[in-house]
Design a protein around this ligand. Structure first.
Ligand code: FDA
Length: 453
């Protein structure tokens, strides 16, 4: 025998936290909602793990970054869930789901039934082993996806002061971790498979296994051009080099050297380089956690296919956040996005669609992504396809950016160092897809262009 709920959320990350708040705002009753998470803590703002959490002084710690502080909203502590009659089942994995029969079984053996299920299982970090490299279990090889990873990385950082770190991958995890390592007085070498750092981490196309993985799970990531243009990437890389970071490009990790305690002492690269390492951070991409639903729900582009109400191929089952492949109305195509803003907004939309279906329109989402490292902070809106026009002060590095123009319309905008108002303006302008007739004029107008839209 088990319990029954009206609403169950599987997964207790960013999307689950924002969904919980939305449920209370829409009037969920005591005992109707249950969240099941294999993490031991209430939902938190995952992006904090590669930023404030790794600082040497006054690092960010829970409860200060529980959701929904990232959207300047209430901080939902375990007490908040209790006070709102929400059952928070922590440290418990959902082992199986029967999407048709509306039941699931947890790692404690409990069977739970529901009327509506929201899948918010997020993603896991890709492991080196999946690319044919052994050694991920060494105590000084770190990944960064959840709080336990972050705790471990923070501990290894403490014991590696003035030592050497190798960061594998130049995506946002690699870039943000490298900055934190420098701030912690660690010498950093970044190993990039491609020519530049980018928002998307370069995948290690080393063997057949990786090719298969890429084709199966990353068709979307593979087809999008890298977000950082060479000019943007060069700006940030020059800054990192000024901080002592070394870049080794166009090669990949092939193996580790270990000491007698099975700690990594060096990494071997395909180009023949051997780099001494007290600490290795691996950020080579993620894989959505969809295995519970394969064979039960329609899967597309590596995620659970949902409609514009975030509803899957089973009408009682919804998917939000990193696992959902949804229709981007603005571009007329299906996409899966691994961004916190999407996790928050898709969560709110799904709850609204479940609780107030007649009042909930189509999800009209403008893709948005941000990152912060050192004193830099950027935001990107829209799509990075078509021709690029750069604007602003790349020399002094204060406010600069780029527009993407496709078929005569502005479709994307990147801005470093903007104010809150400027980010709002570029977001609104990008959503409107204004016509661009003269690229030189656009370059001359720079940021001012979006104010005229
Ligand atoms: P999320 O991963 O947050 O939550 C999924 C939850 O489900 C986890 O708690 C997981 O343990 C649990 N779970 C999975 N399977 C389960 C099962 N079978 N049973 C029970 N529980 C299960 N984005 C951005 O736009 N800007 C940024 O700067 C950053 N920075 C950043 C830093 C770091 C370190 C990471 C790891 C990620 C980011 N992101 C980001 C990405 C962003 O955090 C991510 O898109 C959201 O966390 C996605 O939210 P979800 O709720 O979908 O997954």
């Amino acid at each position: 025998m088990g319990r029954a709920f009206v609403y169950v959320i599987v997964g207790g990350g960013v999307a689950a936290g924002y969904a919980a708040l939305e449920f209370t705002r829409k009037g969920v009753s005591d005992g109707e909602l249950c969240i099941i998470s294999d993490e031991p803590v209430a939902p938190y703002e995952r992006p904090a793990l590669s930023k404030g959490f790794l600082l040497p002084e006054d690092p960010t710690r829970l409860p200060s970054f529980h959701t929904c502080v990232g959207a300047n909203d209430e901080i939902l502590t375990p007490k908040w869930y209790k006070e709102h009659g929400i059952e928070l089942v922590l440290g418990t994995r959902v082992k199986s789901v029967d999407a048709r029969r509306l039941t699931l079984v947890t790692s404690t053996g409990e069977t739970i039934t529901y009327n509506f299920l929201i899948i918010a299982t997020g993603a896991r970090a890709l492991k080196l082993e999946e690319f044919g490299v052994e050694g991920s279990d060494a105590e000084n090889v770190c990944y960064l996806r959840d709080l336990s990873d972050a705790d471990r990385l923070a501990t290894v950082i403490q014991s590696s002061s003035n030592g050497n770190a190798v960061v594998i991958g130049g995506g946002y995890i690699g870039m943000e971790c490298a900055a934190s390592l420098v701030i912690n007085k660690i010498n950093v070498t970044m190993v990039l498979a491609g020519a530049h750092c980018s928002k998307y981490s370069p995948l290690l196309l080393e063997n057949l296994v990786s090719v298969w993985l890429c084709l199966t799970f990353f068709s979307f990531s593979m087809t999008v051009a890298r977000l950082f243009t060479p000019k943007i990437a060069t700006f940030y890389e020059d800054y990192y080099m000024g901080k002592g970071v070394k870049f080794i490009k166009g090669t990949v990790l092939t193996s580790f050297e270990f000491d007698s305690d099975k700690k990594v002492t060096a990494v071997n690269l395909k180009d023949g380089n051997q780099l001494p390492a007290d600490l290795v951070v691996v950020g080579i991409g993620i894989r959505p956690n969809i295995s519970l639903f394969e064979g039960q729900l329609t899967i597309e582009k590596g995620g659970i296919k949902v409609n514009s109400q975030m509803q899957s191929s089973e009408s009682s089952v919804y998917a939000i956040g990193d696992v959902a492949t949804f229709p981007v109305k603005l571009y007329g195509e299906m996409r899966r996005l691994e961004h916190v803003d999407f996790a928050r907004k898709s969560a709110r939309h799904a709850v609204s669609a479940i609780m107030e279906p007649e009042k909930t329109g189509e999800f009209d989402y403008l893709p948005c992504f941000y990152s912060r490292f050192f004193a830099f902070s950027w935001q990107f809106y829209g799509d990075h396809v078509g021709e690029v026009v750069h604007f602003g002060e790349y020399e002094d590095g204060e406010v600069f950016g780029a527009y993407w123009v496709k078929e005569g319309h502005l479709v994307g905008c990147f801005l470093e160092g903007g104010t809150k108002e400027q980010y709002e303006t570029i977001s609104k302008a990008t959503q409107l897809k204004p016509a661009v007739t003269d690229m030189e004029e656009l370059e001359r107008e720079g940021l001012g262009f979006t104010q005229t839209v």
